[in-house]
Design a protein around this ligand. Structure first.
Ligand SMILES: Cc1cc2nc3c(=O)[nH]c(=O)nc-3n(C[C@H](O)[C@H](O)[C@H](O)COP(=O)(O)OP(=O)(O)OC[C@H]3O[C@@H](n4cnc5c(N)ncnc54)[C@H](O)[C@@H]3O)c2cc1C
Length: 491
């Protein structure tokens, strides 16, 4: 029986462990944090339960594929979100509700965007074309060389080429007139950890995935149920997870890894190794590769850092939906500067999720658990986070005013994770929340590969290798890494 050692118990690591155990591998996992899940983690405090990061996902069928592959009856209940989210603008008391039905959505924009439905229909049809012309040809596959990637790109119908050359914002500006619709449709760029002003328009395919294709989903009982389900299955398969173990160096022999070594000097031996740690920074920090020195890593494009607040509040908070965005009045200026600011903004833009609205068990009776996510520059640009309390206070005061409920007075518990916490907890490079960015120079065959360039028994899974970030995409990543391993080493 071959052995696989997985470094990291994030979604990518857990999913690969389950796939490989299904294929007959004996699997062991090491994890630096004190519990599994990586970014998809859980915080329990003062009777409240918080999901630490992800609060919804698209492409739910990727989870179905995963469970089928691993011969597991999916015990999770997925709830579809509709409206997808609510969006507050600074100058408007009532939020816009992002309904999935276009006619219903058109009513939200009456008097704001003439002919919304016709324009949106045309826009989404183009986005649909991009999604289906790239899903299998480009996204869900391994590449053995840059040439094979370029050949795959060449097979994509040429009609999509113009969307490679403009940004999400330019594309939307050519389609819609109103500032509001442009801003709302452009929010998908933030799901990639970037802004609509620097994201190529091909990612309008995300508008299609959210509004039409499979929509957005969350999990009954909270997102951490995904991790709990995976853990229960791993336990049945006798897969051991060792927490508090950080891999810091390695030994090699004849072109293969012979051992990974943890912070205490313990050697971890296996036939095959899978790093769920960030695929770029692991190559630099642990393998000491020249191509990934800190200077070179700093020159890559990274996604925004999360500043997150976990707030347990007394009372049923009004005017907050399951997912709510709070935007200011200077969208373009804010988005264009947010990446590189060295101080916290006075009027931050943020996103709020209240999972207790649908899962009463995650908060004491009559209370709500409020998760706030404010995208911030990473630690290359803003190193000093001593202003964390002030930033959290600003956000809480702003939200209280806009929803008409005093969150400060009603706070029962509050925890803040700034980019330094995210970096330290999960080895996220300089606190970058979604890993490497998804510009055209950092995707497909140009992203750090899931097969090591030097060692024949080392593979990668997760957000910074192929295909990219986000829960369903990381589930695909686990399939691609597993395919590689089975092809090279058999089962
Ligand atoms: C705040 C936030 C909100 C998000 N919201 C969403 C959302 O709503 N929907 C969505 O689809 N996606 C969302 N994402 C993105 C999503 O969380 C990630 O794409 C996904 O969880 C990444 O999984 P992973 O397995 O690649 O990595 P991780 O979750 O980072 O797991 C890697 C694991 O490896 C461990 N590790 C790292 N280095 C070592 C080492 N040297 N030794 C031992 N262990 C190590 C880490 O501690 C970690 O547990 C969000 C991310 C953040 C940060």
């Amino acid at each position: 029986m071959k052995k696989a050692l997985v470094i990291g118990a994030g979604l990518g690591g857990l999913a690969t462990a389950l796939r490989l155990s299904t294929q007959g591998y004996r699997v062991e996992i090491v994890e630096k944090y004190h519990q599994a899940g990586g970014r998809l983690n859980q915080l329990k405090k003062d009777g409240f339960v918080f999901d630490t990061g992800p609060s919804f996902f698209s492409m739910s069928y990727e989870f179905e594929e995963f469970f089928k592959y691993c011969k597991i009856n999916n015990p999770l209940k997925f709830n579809e979100l509709d409206p997808l989210h609510a969006i507050y603008f600074a100058d408007r008391e009532k939020p816009f509700l992002m309904h999935k039905n276009l006619s219903k959505l058109a009513k939200e924009f009456e008097g704001i965007e003439p002919n919304f439905e016709v324009k949106a229909r045309k826009f989404l049809d183009q986005a649909k074309g991009i999604f289906h012309d790239t899903e299998y040809r480009i996204v869900k596959r391994n590449y053995d060389s840059i040439l094979s990637y370029l050949m795959a790109l060449a097979s994509v119908p040429l009609k999509h080429a113009p969307k490679l050359l403009k940004t999400v914002w330019t594309d939307l500006s050519e389609t819609f007139e109103s500032h509001e619709v442009k801003v709302i449709f452009s929010l998908v760029a933030f799901f990639l950890g970037a802004t609509p002003f620097d994201t190529p328009a091909v990612y309008s395919l995300l508008n299609y995935t959210e509004l039409e294709h499979d929509g957005y989903w969350n999990v009954q009982g909270g997102m951490y149920k995904i991790v709990e389900t995976f853990l229960a299955e791993l336990e049945k398969r006798n897969v051991q997870i060792h927490y508090g173990v950080e891999i810091t160096s390695f030994e090699n022999q004849n072109g293969s890894i012979s051992a990974f070594i943890d912070q205490h000097g313990k050697r971890w031996l296996s036939d095959v190794y899978i790093a769920n740690s960030d695929a770029a920074s692991f190559r630099g920090m642990v393998l000491n590769r020249k191509k990934y020195t800190e200077t070179k890593l700093d020159k890559l494009e990274w996604t925004l850092s999360p500043f997150t607040v976990y707030l347990g509040v007394k009372g049923k908070v009004p005017n907050l939906y399951h997912h709510t965005y709070f935007l200011g009045d200077n969208f373009e200026n804010y988005a264009n500067n947010i990446f590189k600011m060295s101080v916290s903004p006075q009027k931050p833009y943020y996103y709020v999720n209240v999972s207790s609205k649908h899962n009463p068990e995650v908060a004491p009776e009559g209370c709500e658990n409020i998760f706030i996510l404010c995208p911030m520059p990473d630690l290359r640009y803003k190193k000093d986070w001593t202003d964390s309390e002030t930033l959290a206070e600003n956000i809480i005061a702003d939200m209280s005013k806009r929803i008409g409920y005093d969150l400060k007075v009603n706070t029962l518990t509050r925890t803040i994770w700034n980019p330094i916490d995210w970096q330290d907890n999960f080895n996220l490079y300089k606190g970058s929340g979604l890993g490497l960015a998804h510009g055209l120079n950092q995707v497909g065959g140009l992203r750090p590969a899931n097969k090591d360039e030097q060692f024949g028994n080392l593979y990668y899974v997760g957000a910074s290798t192929v295909p990219g970030t986000g829960l369903p995409i990381v589930v695909i990543s686990s399939r691609l890494a597993t395919e590689r391993i089975l092809k090279d080493h058999g089962n």
